[in-house]
Ligand binder design. Structure first.
Ligand code: PLP
Ligand code: COI
Length: 361
């Protein structure tokens, strides 16, 4: 597969772009270009085209609109101290995209091609990558089923797209995230799509997100579908619990059971925390463990992690079983240390011992 480069000949002006980049937030503005590639069962993948960002024209009977056959990824490009730009573990996103595609009966895309498409867009739109530490260019690769027809079957056509948006904090960094632990709705059950990054998982989560907001909470926390007892993850992030404090602290995260999204940030923190000298465990964590650990003081910090959110402290957890508050709303010392270390590696100010950064330009 090749990438044909036909970039936007009328990019936004430097001053407008700089304003958009400085505006921060998440997903407010999109860069000058995007990448599109089409697949058909008959011909496989065609060449990708890097072209001006713009709307799509699709037949109203296109499969994705009706049966939600869609997957996506989320990854970031980070400015480096010498003015260059790096991606963080792009092959891991490519591999997860492949697994999501397989689960949603969409075509798998060669890993090299996925990574190349991301590199080309970042190179083309490099001026959109924010320079500040903790800010980045968020990349959203996604794939939709494009066969036209209302029969319920795996689509024989698909479209891959890649768009990019400058990103700063997903959550207001000055306050801890509050969570509503849902016992009414579940995100994923065994045999379902919990491990895949597909739009349908998020569509099905929105009612619980609404419920969380009605309870005055920022996010929903999911429990397992069977017992509604085991903590799985948060809206669009994985969870970590810090037990104890100082050098003797243990950092635990819910074990991957097949219903959680295997986050790349989660996976990286397993290594970063161990490198920092902490004991790290992947275990089953129940809501009782959460409540009792907070009450006894054993749990000293809780944080959420993900590409968009990076590392964000969690304060109050509310549920049908009561409210338990951890910390004072500010990131605890270990949460802050892990956040700074991970961002340092991503921005090239801390040694990348594990070869995670991929230099783009
Ligand atoms: N869990 C869910 C449901 C997510 O949507 C995300 C975000 O991608 C994550 C966890 C964190 O994954 P990652 O660290 O790969 O961004
Ligand atoms: C990400 O962190 O990349 C996510 O996908 C989370 C959310 C914005 C859906």
């Amino acid at each position: 597969m090749n990438i044909i480069i036909t970039p936007n000949q009328s990019p936004v002006s430097d001053s407008v772009r700089e304003e958009m980049v400085a505006a921060g937030g998440f997903g407010k503005f999109y860069t000058d270009n995007m990448v599109i590639a089409n697949w058909s069962e008959a011909d496989g993948w065609g060449d990708a085209v890097l072209q001006p960002y713009g709307p799509l024209t699709l037949d109203p009977a296109t499969a994705v609109f009706h049966y939600g056959q869609e997957i996506f990824e989320g990854m970031k490009a980070y400015s480096q101290p010498d003015g260059g730009i790096s991606l963080f573990r792009p092959e891991a996103n490519a591999a997860r995209f492949g697994r999501s595609a397989a689960r949603l009966a969409l075509p798998e895309m060669p890993i090299e091609f996925f990574v190349q498409s991301v590199e080309e867009l970042v190179k083309q739109d490099r001026n959109w990558v924010p320079k500040n530490f903790g800010e980045s260019l968020y990349l959203r690769p996604f794939m939709i089923a494009t066969e036209v027809g209302l029969g319920v079957r795996p689509s024989n056509k698909a479209m891959y797209l890649l768009i990019a948006t400058p990103a700063s904090a997903y959550f207001d960094p000055s306050k801890a995230v509050t969570v509503w632990i849902s016992t009414e709705y579940v995100r994923a059950a065994e045999g379902g799509t919990g491990e895949a990054k597909c739009g349908g998982n998020y569509a099905a989560s929105l009612i619980a997100q609404k419920q969380a907001a009605l309870q005055g909470c920022d996010q929903v926390v999911w429990l397992d579908a069977k017992e509604r007892f085991w903590v799985e993850e948060m809206g669009g992030m994985n969870l970590y619990f810090v037990k104890g404090s100082g050098a003797d602290a243990t950092i635990v995260t819910p074990k991957l059971t097949g219903t959680l999204l295997p986050g790349i940030t989660r996976d990286s923190i397993l290594t970063v925390a161990a490198d920092l000298g902490y004991k790290v465990e992947e275990v089953m964590i129940s809501i009782d463990d959460w409540r009792d650990g907070v009450a006894s003081g054993e749990i000293t910090e809780i944080f959420a992690c993900g590409t968009a959110a990076v590392v964000s402290p969690i304060g109050a957890a509310k549920s049908a079983h009561g409210t338990w508050t951890t910390g004072d709303g500010n990131p605890g010392p270990i949460t802050a240390q892990i956040r700074e270390t991970l961002l340092g590696i991503q921005h090239g100010t801390i040694e990348d011992k594990h070869g995670w950064n991929k230099r783009v330009c």
